[in-house]
Design a protein around this ligand. Structure first.
Ligand code: SAH
Length: 222
């Protein structure tokens, strides 16, 4: 990182209190979730070109044509997942690793899958730099889930599935929770599936979101 970029990032960090206030006003109120966001240096996850916008409440481009999610959406999805300290969580779509880091702070263990090797490696470097010891990564097609490690207490999908993610729902514990953007177009609805303990789910629609699509197979790296 250049000296100039570091300075810009430091100045931008002064915006953290404003960001936290914006999240609270929009309904992110879970103290654990807020603390996880407040203590995660988002500028570690944004590309050099956008370092100075790290503390804005907006999604930003990252490598491989993907995006780092908007902090409000990260907060909302993490809160909706109702993670418990003992939870084993599966995340699909590691991307920058920002959402993974937030999950790692509110749960016991996070398994995360990414289909771009480049993104996976960069994210692994960040987990190491942050000293996270409860994140397990996998390069692969997250649509398949992680059968060897299933069932999970919680599953978060950070890319848009066209329809109910049945394969992933089958890897959830009977009383587990899965949060995912679902829909075909550029705007999807954020859905929360809560297991009823008998193999069924209660489905709640939370809000409209814009995510990159969940694609099949692994990516040919650029
Ligand atoms: N949670 C990320 C957001 C990443 S954007 C963050 O905070 O930065 C969504 C990510 O999902 C992209 O990196 C994309 O490559 C990945 N993705 C899409 N389909 C996938 C699949 N089938 N398996 C694994 N990752 C997938």
């Amino acid at each position: 990182m250049s000296g100039r970029t570091t300075k810009a990032a430091q100045e931008a960090k002064a915006d953290l209190p404003r960001l936290m206030q914006a999240l609270r006003e929009q309904g992110v109120t879970d103290p654990q979730v807020l603390k996880a966001i407040e203590t995660t240096p988002r500028d570690l996850f944004t590309p050099d070109l956008f370092k100075d916008r790290s503390w804005e409440d907006s999604a930003l481009p990252i490598a491989c044509g993907q995006t780092i999610s908007q902090p409000f959406i990260v907060g909302l999805m993490t809160q909706a997942l109702t993670v418990e300290p003992r939870s084993r969580v599966l995340e699909i779509g590691t991307g920058s690793g920002y959402q993974t880091t937030i999950l790692s702070k509110v749960s016991r263990l996070v398994y995360t899958i990414e289909r771009y090797r480049t993104l996976m490696k960069e994210a692994e470097g960040r987990f190491q730099a942050l000293g996270l010891t409860n994140v397990i990564t996998k390069f692969g097609d997250g649509g398949e889930g992680w059968a060897e490690q299933a069932p999970f207490d919680r599953i978060m999908v950070t890319a848009a599935a066209e329809d109910d993610p049945k394969r992933l729902l089958s890897q959830l514990k009977p009383n587990g929770v899965l949060v995912a953007p679902v829909g075909k177009g550029p705007v999807q609805s954020l859905r929360r599936y809560a297991g009823d303990g008998k193999g069924g789910f209660r489905v709640e629609i939370l809000c409209d979101v814009r995510f990159v699509p969940l694609l099949a197979g692994v990516a040919k790296d650029q």
